[in-house]
Ligand binder design. Structure first.
Ligand SMILES: *[C@@H]1O[C@H](CO)[C@@H](O)[C@H](O)[C@H]1NC(C)=O
Length: 382
């Protein structure tokens, strides 16, 4: 029983997260220092937490996501899933018994990012924020979220997987854009036990994926359902916009949209061919873990690996799910926005998750997932 309680407490911290007052105080101080960041309203946080939990969240749960409450929620969820033979709880228990607890490292070799790299990551965060404006996409009428100079060619929505995407371009930057929205149903996509790992070769014709490379099946399904639309939209640009054959291609998304983005970028390299090796970039924000270690290490060998930017923000909960205990692992390259709003490099030169960025946090927050990546908060606010 003691063992089981430890498991629940551990899951509360690793899988769903607990946000104590300390984190809130820090974030409020940071928010006061940077008025450009709009606070996320209570209703949006409630909706988000309700979605993660699968039942209505209450305001006190946002004010202090205390471990005891989360424990009881997880206990219910684990028991339910376990009775259906779905949740690999036994695996989690044995992994806990055999693994050392994670080590949290203090700030180490981080360097604040400035200049073009910072400007690029910020610009693409705004494109990701625009993806949440369902009604303003095709006409590019989403106010401050719709950056000037972007031409949207087509938009996509799949009601079954709740996948939304738009494809467009920025002629001034010689850049084709494929942008994915995070689904509003983050709980079903991340924590639903029916989504387990799928073979990473699914949907690929050309690229050789090592055996044992697995990705989250829900993320893969969302990427695959949009792929015909994305191919057609890119082909429209390539055949109708002069010069676009020589342009770059950026795949962009926040939250689940980030996970879909990396899967989509791999699929697009497979589809478009080697001539695009040096032209694809990936910008993700608050991306959940997307596949296992074999997959993550393979992603890091792809021709566009040096142009993958996986941005995390303070103690955003989502980069911590699904948990490593369920053998998910992040690919590189992480950049981390600290509580001062500065974007940092992380110690990520080896094939392992950096310890000095998102993984230096151990109390997680939903607020930090929605606000802080861009002056415009992510989520359904328009
Ligand atoms: C594509 O991006 C690279 C940087 O990754 C840049 O050097 C190059 O000029 C860009 N191509 C075009 C056509 O602008």
């Amino acid at each position: 029983m003691v063992q089981f309680r430890n498991v629940l407490a551990f899951l509360a911290l690793t899988a769903l997260g607990a946000d104590a007052n300390r984190g809130n105080v820090q974030r409020r101080a940071a928010a006061a220092a940077s008025p450009a960041v709009s606070p996320v309203n209570t209703q949006a946080q409630l909706a988000f937490l309700s979605d993660i939990l699968g039942r209505p969240a209450t305001p006190d749960m946002i004010a202090n996501l205390d471990a005891a409450h989360m424990n009881s929620v997880i206990k219910t969820e684990v028991a339910k899933s376990n009775s259906q033979g779905l949740y690999p709880e036994n695996t989690v228990v044995s992994a806990l018994e055999t693994k050392n607890p994670p080590k949290f490292a203090p700030a180490a070799k981080r360097i604040v990012i400035t200049g073009d790299r910072l400007a690029n990551i910020n610009a693409h965060a705004l494109y990701a924020a625009a993806a949440y404006c369902a009604n303003g996409l095709s006409g590019w009428t989403c106010g401050d979220r719709c950056a000037p100079g972007i031409k949207v060619v087509s938009t996509f929505k799949d009601p079954n997987t709740d996948t939304v995407a738009y494809v467009g371009y920025n002629a001034a930057n010689n850049e084709i854009l494929v942008v994915y929205r995070g689904t509003s149903s983050i709980r079903s996509a991340i924590t639903d036990a029916k989504f387990w790992k799928a073979d990473a070769t699914q949907g690929l014709d050309r690229l050789q994926v090592p055996s044992g490379a697995k990705v989250h099946s829900g993320f893969l399904a969302a990427a695959n359902i949009a792929s015909d639309f994305v191919h057609q939209s890119i082909n429209t640009i390539l055949t109708t916009v002069p010069g676009s054959q020589d342009w770059n291609l950026s795949v962009v998304g926040h939250s689940l949209g980030g996970a879909i983005s990396i899967l989509s970028a791999v699929e697009l390299l497979d589809y478009l061919g080697d001539s695009w090796n040096d032209k694809i970039s990936v910008y993700t924000y608050g991306q959940p873990r997307t596949g296992n270690q074999v997959w993550a290490e393979w992603v890091e060998t792809l021709p566009f690996a040096s142009r993958i930017s996986r941005t995390t923000h303070t103690n955003d909960i989502v980069p911590h799910v699904p948990p490593t205990l369920l053998s998910f692992m992040h690919h590189q390259t992480e950049t981390w926005i600290d509580s001062n709003g500065a974007l940092n490099t992380c110690s990520d030169s080896t094939s392992a998750e950096a310890k000095d960025c998102a993984n230096s946090e151990w109390l997680y927050s939903i607020d930090a997932h929605l606000a802080g990546y861009s002056p415009m908060p992510m989520g359904a606010f328009c």
